[in-house]
Design a protein around this ligand. Structure first.
Ligand code: SF4
Ligand code: FES
Length: 250
């Protein structure tokens, strides 16, 4: 199949940027979306032009590196699927696609489809760890954990930090991401000693980074390729209220 692509090109954060038009020719339905872009890039390189910059690493849907908007949808049209796992069989011959980076003040464009997501790293650095020694793996495995708590924590730990939730949110809030990172530790026994300071510190950095507030649109949950639910945001808010009661001055 052949596709008409409108791709956002921008050389740096300070550059104005704009859409440029390309044709993707002889695209196999078995290619992933990134492989389709690889072929477009090979042609651009052969013509002496700059290839389209996009983030990627595992190409298996597990690392969180990839991600951009396709026709206004983060990671494209397929539910719970990252762009590296999105296959061209989801498109038809002659289709026109608009491809652009995540749009959020807290995610400045680095180049083309690549955005700076280091704000996520700083949220994690503010509390996404436990500082108590839990021993080696066999010791940790000896701690009894209720099945429901374990499932809740493991589902939260599926968050790959891709940023689609921020891109989907009309407020560019990172609350879904932050709540998943808070919950995967706060639901486990090892995470209890710092549970309430963790949530306060991570939310503080979330706000300082310029992410917006959650106003319950739920677009984040729809866009998330890992099925993280807004229930985690509800739990974050409950923990945040308890944190404020425990540390009124903070
Ligand atoms: S919550 Fe979902 S959409 Fe947001 S960063 Fe994690 S995996 Fe990506
Ligand atoms: S490249 Fe790793 S999740 Fe897509």
């Amino acid at each position: 199949m052949n596709l008409k692509l409108h791709v956002w090109r921008q050389t740096a954060a300070a550059d104005k940027g704009g859409f440029e038009e390309y044709t993707a020719e002889n695209v196999s339905e078995h290619m992933s979306f990134l492989e389709m872009l690889d072929v477009v890039n090979e042609k651009l390189t052969a013509e002496g032009k700059d290839p389209i910059a996009f983030d990627h690493d595992c190409r298996e849907g597990i690392c969180g590196s990839c991600g951009f908007m396709i026709n206004g949808q983060p990671h494209g049209p397929k539910d719970q699927t990252t762009v590296c796992q999105l296959h061209m069989r989801n498109y038809s011959d002659g289709q026109e696609l608009w491809i652009e980076p995540w749009r959020a003040t807290a995610f400045p464009v680095v180049r083309d489809l690549v955005v700076d997501r280091s704000g996520f790293d700083r949220i994690i650095a503010a509390g996404g760890y436990i500082s108590v020694r839990t021993g080696s793996a066999p010791d940790a495995n000896n701690i009894p954990i209720p099945k429901l708590s374990l499932d809740f924590a493991m589902d939260a730990a599926e968050c790959i930090g891709c940023g689609a939730c921020v891109a989907a949110c009309p407020n560019a809030s990172a609350m879904l991401f932050t709540s998943a990172k808070v919950a995967h530790l706060g639901a486990l026994p090892q995470g209890q000693p710092e549970r309430y300071t963790r949530v306060a510190e991570m939310v503080l950095v979330h706000d300082e980074e310029g992410f917006g507030h959650c106003t319950n649109h739920g677009a984040c949950q729809t866009a998330c390729p890992k099925g993280i639910k807004v229930d985690y945001i509800a739990r974050l808010n409950a923990d945040l209220r308890k944190s404020a009661l425990r540390h009124p001055a903070g």
